[in-house]
Design a protein around this ligand. Sequence first.
Ligand code: CO
Length: 216
Amino acid sequence: MKELFINNVAWAQKVKRDDPAFFQRLSLQHAPEYLWIGCSDSRVPANEIIGLMPGELFVHRNVANLVVHDDLNCLSVIQYAISDLKVKHVIVCGHYGCGGVTASVKRQKLGTLVDNWLLNVQDVQNLHRGSIVKNNTQEQNIDQLCELNVIEQVTNVSRTSIVSDAWSQGQGVTVHGWIYSMTDGLLSDLDISVSSSENLESKYISAIDGINARYS
Ligand code: CO
């Protein structure tokens, strides 16, 4: 563990060398423009992959980047980000090869608690079972479900009272769905950027159709 503290001192010194006022300035304000909702997977470090510094990205991560309507933890993060920090963008970011999604496709048991959490992914799988192509490889099925899961979570964010109230009050906030590939470090936009309750359904349908067409 000692090594981590050594790393920390080196990091703080480097940041200060590059920008002597950085920590002083940051301690006085918190005004990120983005909320990131991603998977806890250690291979998907939110700030690093989009090149943002401390202070620029508000982050919530959980297993399989799920937004569950009675998850007080996630809802509190969304509320604070939108009502207090007034972020302009909410990014739901999934990743290919997600362990939670893989467990759902393979019906693997990971543990008594997490298996219940991952029923939310199985719900997404069941909802789209007619579109997950039987002749594709299991890996393709997993990737397809990783993408579909992002779209469902974008919808879940958009349907919260927090986001729909913000929209009805004219607050400009857009909810995006992205996916990250660990094999090349690149992000893809899943073509769902929702900025009002009215355009949610059409954006949802076209994003789902786009994904299913690519895997069919
Ligand atoms: Co994951």
